[in-house]
Design a protein around this ligand. Structure first.
Ligand SMILES: [Zn+2]
Length: 134
């Protein structure tokens, strides 16, 4: 075992047991560029596929969190403001943590279901349900 693995192992052993068995969900890379004062996410469709959530949900989330209007243009997302890629990445990470990763088992095998007027995040791996706050 090399040094890195040893450190990783020690870090993991301090977590509750059921969180250690699975690979971490890999955040999709954001490919973006600026056009005037707009920020364009070139691979929005690929991100949507990776997180397995409706494009509208992610678009609305970005718009709200970044406080700029957003519109879907083909496979791109257009944000009406200059957003740093670091900021975008952090927001995407937060989205994944809230709307994709199960709070209980940390797996990404979840879906969103409407229960009355509440959106629930339902885990298909462990059955956990939690209200979705986005
Ligand atoms: Zn779960």
């Amino acid at each position: 075992m090399d040094r890195y693995e040893e450190l990783l192992d020690r870090a993991l052993s301090s977590l509750p047991e059921k969180t250690q068995k699975f690979e971490r969900f890999e955040l999709p890379q954001i490919e973006m560029f600026y056009q005037g004062n707009k920020t364009i996410i070139r691979n929005f469709d690929a991100i949507v596929q990776k997180v397995r959530r409706p494009a509208q949900l992610l678009s609305k989330y970005f718009s709200k969190e970044l406080a700029v209007p957003a519109s879907i243009d083909g496979n791109k997302l257009v944000l009406n403001g200059k957003i740093s890629d670091r900021n975008l990445k952090e927001k995407l990470q937060t989205f994944v943590d809230m709307a994709v990763i199960c709070k209980e088992c940390r797996r990404p095998d979840t879906r969103i279901s409407d229960v009355g007027s509440v959106k629930m995040l339902i885990c298909e791996a462990c059955g956990a349900r939690s209200p979705l706050k986005i």
